[in-house]
Structure formats: C-alpha cells, structure tokens
Design a protein around this ligand. Structure first.
Ligand SMILES: Cc1cc2nc3c(=O)[nH]c(=O)nc-3n(C[C@H](O)[C@H](O)[C@H](O)COP(=O)(O)OP(=O)(O)OC[C@H]3O[C@@H](n4cnc5c(N)ncnc54)[C@H](O)[C@@H]3O)c2cc1C
Length: 424
C-alpha cells in the first residue's frame, strides 16, 4: 500500500482548520486508486494549541484565564480519523519543492524527511514580545506568563510600544489590574498605583478602525489610568537590572519597570527559500487561488493564515481563505489522480471592511463589524467577557466550523478576472 500525504505545517487556527477540512471533505471525495491511501500529517512545535486571542488578559492573571481554558491538546481532536491522521511534534526546517519533501526536527531532536503529495504552509507569525507566542511547549509559555505575573503587581511604570489591537488590549488589561476601575461615571481612577503609557507611532490607534473609535478607545484607557502618546515610535528598549530604558523617535527616553513590545509581528518563514517570500517575508502566493506559484515550489503547495502574502491577518479572514485553499487542493489532487480537473478554481476575495473588536479592560471596549461601529456593551458581550473562549476555542481545535463543507458556486472566468490573478 502506498501512502500519499497532505502535509500541514503549523497547528494553530489555520493549520488545524485545514487538517480537519482535508480529513472530512477532501480525502473522502478523491477518486479511489488501487493500492493508495491518502492521509493527513500535521506538524507543530507544541503538542497543544494556545488560544492566543486571550493573551492580553492571560498575561495579567492566571485566575481570570485558567490554563484549561487557553490550551487544548491537538492530537485528541483528531481521534475521529486516527487511521488517516498523524501528528508530529516538531518544526519544519526545510522544504524541497522539487522533491516534494519537508525536513522536520522533532521535539526529541530526531531528523525526519516527510514526503507529501500536497503541502499547506500555515506557520503563522511570531510576536516581538515572548508573552504572545507559543514555542515548543505550553509549559514554556506558562512559565513566561508566571514570571510576568510575579513582577506586575509591584510595577509603578508600564510602557507598551505599539497601539494596534494587541497593544491597546494589553494596556487596558494591565491598567485595570493595577489601578482598578473608576466608579460608574468616573473618568479616571482615584488613586492610580501605576503609570501605564501606550506609545502610538501614528496620529491614531487601531489602524483598521476610524478615528472616532480610536478616540473612544483612548477615553476608555484613560478611565483605567493609561495614557496614550501619539506620533511617536519606539527606537530602542534596553533592559538593565529591573528597569528598561525606552528611547523614542522624538529623542526622549522613558524608564519602565515593565516594557511590552507590541510593535509588530514576524512571519515564521525562515525554513523557506527566499524566492518563496514577498518583500515582507510572507509566503508569496496567487492572491486569488492561494497557490504558491514560485517555480521552485513545485506542484500542490498552498499557504493559509497570517504567514500568507494574501491577507491583512486575523482569524476572521481565515474563514474566507480556508474553503478556497481546500477546494483548489481537492481540484488539483483529483487532476493529479485522474488526469482531469473536476471544475474551475475557487477564488478568494479579501474582506477589507472596517472590522475589529477590541476589549479595553473587563467591562468596556470599542470596535466595528462589517463597516459599522459596535457599542461598548456589545464588544463586552462578544469578546470582553472571555476573549471568545466560550464561543470558539473548543470548536477551533475540533474543527467544528468545518463539519460541513463550505458550499460555493463556480463563477464563469472573465478576461478581467484572469488579469486579477497576480502573485501577492
Ligand atoms: C495577543 C494577540 C491577540 C490577538 N487577537 C486576535 C483577535 O481577537 N481576533 C483575530 O482575528 N486575531 C487576533 N490575533 C491574530 C491571530 O492570533 C492570528 O491571526 C492567528 O494566530 C493566525 O493564525 P495562524 O494559524 O495563521 O498562525 P499562528 O497562530 O501564528 O500559528 C502558527 C503555528 O505554526 C507553528 N509553526 C511556526 N513555525 C513552524 C515550523 N517551522 N514548522 C511547524 N510549525 C511551525 C507555530 O508554532 C504555531 O503553532 C491576535 C494576535 C495576538 C498576538
């Protein structure tokens, strides 16, 4: 019996969804081939999926975000397909597109070469701060959070660099933890224990959202004793002993007991050849089909999630991209097996609407959905209570969103449509 493997690199939001989709919908629809078995192999450095979305509250308090709510073992979530599924705790170190193999270093240090018939790269992003990225194990990240939680209660000055959603949410959680909430109509804490400063590189926070929403966010931060400095970038942050000196683009320096770098993310692509990447080091792909078309990639290579050139990032966007990748992968595999593609490509259209919700502390928040502002109470109701854990975490690891295949209607391909198929 020959085994042909759909190999998924990265076992987080994108990779888990792709692996479930492949097992539930792709493999069952492939033409039967005498003596060939199709399987899915998922490779991830940690054996646990971490609910990164809850990070801003989890770093502050283990009580508010217990580990049994934020970490989920990956392998048991695939028990329904155990004869067709393999989990490898390891890290991809090299992809040979021509030979269709990936080199893996396993958690125990063993070197493996995994052949694939189709490859999905879903290795995501790492954050500058170690607080928001899981590496080889849940235990490592939990230790990082515990050390942070030990130092936080005594902090008198906290500086957060970067006023995207992670910076704003973290500033809110930290300021509320240290300074408490003011009364119902209060606009600032009476006796703040700590000075919390958020450094914003632009004239407004939260780049995806409109200015009035950013201003509302500032009011909510001020209520908790956090201030925002605009039009200023962090140039460097140097730790010495218990203090960090932060140098700003206006030449000023600040000293902080705690500094959190929330200025950006780095795609996890160091194991790929440079020619596979765009100028932001993301995996370059056809922006419509999400295939990786670089010549040396070879056939049936796809990218999903924040590591891809096609996306502005975020989990919501993946709901549009996953069915596209998985339909095109199925089409390509059927063509590979039977010599004939069963239909046209499915195409991805980015949703660029104003869309993001951002809790600020445990009872307020700002955001917009589908281009319309969302009231604070609704932000709290959707995300502020538990950072979406109750609504989505178990379902994400179990692939519940993809229990049914996502239906679509093939669109006739026009000349204008063809012209749009440029690499990202
Ligand atoms: C603190 C924080 C809060 C956020 N909140 C939200 C939110 O509220 N809403 C939202 O939509 N988005 C949010 N995001 C963004 C969201 O987390 C990302 O969009 C999401 O994590 C991307 O999913 P992914 O699967 O593409 O990549 P990742 O989640 O980055 O996962 C990639 C996986 O690949 C693994 N990996 C890396 N290198 C290799 C390798 N060489 N071999 C094998 N595996 C590898 C990683 O260990 C990881 O498990 C937040 C991000 C942060 C940091």
């Amino acid at each position: 019996m020959t085994t042909e493997t759909i190999l998924v690199l990265g076992g987080s939001f994108a990779g888990l969804s792709a692996a479930h989709y492949a097992l539930r919908h792709t493999i069952p629809q492939l033409p039967k081939k005498e003596g060939t078995k199709y399987t899915v192999t998922l490779v991830n450095p940690s054996k646990d999926f971490w609910w990164r979305i809850g990070g801003p509250r989890e770093i502050v308090s283990r009580k508010m975000m217990p580990v049994n709510k934020t970490y989920y073992p990956i392998e048991p979530a695939f028990a329904y397909a155990k004869d067709q599924f393999t989990f490898i705790q390891g890290t991809a170190t090299h992809v040979d597109g021509a030979g269709q193999t990936v080199s893996i270093t396993t958690a125990s240090g063993e070197q493996k070469s995994i052949p694939y018939v189709a490859l999905i790269i879903a290795t995501g992003i790492s954050t500058a701060s170690p607080l928001f990225t899981q590496g080889a194990s849940a235990a490592e990240l939990q230790a990082t959070h515990e050390a942070f939680q030990k130092s936080l209660p005594n902090a008198k000055t906290v500086v957060i660099g970067g006023a995207g959603p992670v910076g704003v949410e973290s500033a809110g959680e930290i300021a509320e933890f240290l300074n408490g909430k003011p009364g119902f109509l209060g606009s600032a804490p009476k006796n703040p224990k700590a000075k919390v400063t958020l450094i914003c590189g632009e004239k407004k926070m939260l780049p995806i959202l409109r200015e009035s929403i950013s201003q509302q966010a500032e009011k909510f931060l001020n209520r908790l004793g956090a201030n925002v400095v605009y039009n200023t970038k962090v140039v460097s942050a140097t730790a010495a002993g218990d203090k960090t000196t932060i140098t700003l683009s206006d030449g000023q320096t600040m000293e902080a007991d705690i500094y959190i770098d929330a200025t950006g993310v780095r795609p996890n692509t160091s194991f790929l050849s440079k020619e596979w990447l765009d100028n932001r080091n993301r995996v370059s792909c056809n922006a419509k089909t999400l295939r990786v078309e670089t010549a040396s990639a070879g056939p049936r290579v796809y990218v999903l999630g924040d590591v891809g050139s096609y996306t502005r990032g975020g989990v919501v966007d993946q709901a549009d991209a996953i069915p596209v990748v998985m339909t095109n992968l199925k089409t390509d595999l059927v063509a590979h097996i039977s010599g004939k593609a069963p239909g046209p490509d499915r195409t991805y259209t980015p949703n660029l609407k104003e869309q993001q919700i951002c809790p600020i502390g445990t009872s307020k928040g700002v955001g917009a959905f589908g281009g319309r502002p969302v009231p604070s109470l609704m932000v709290w109701g959707i995300k502020g209570r538990d950072y979406l854990i109750g609504m989505l975490a178990t379902g994400t690891v179990n692939g519940d969103q993809y229990k049914k295949e996502k239906a679509w209607k093939p669109q006739p391909v026009t000349a204008a449509g063809q012209a749009g198929l440029s690499s990202g």
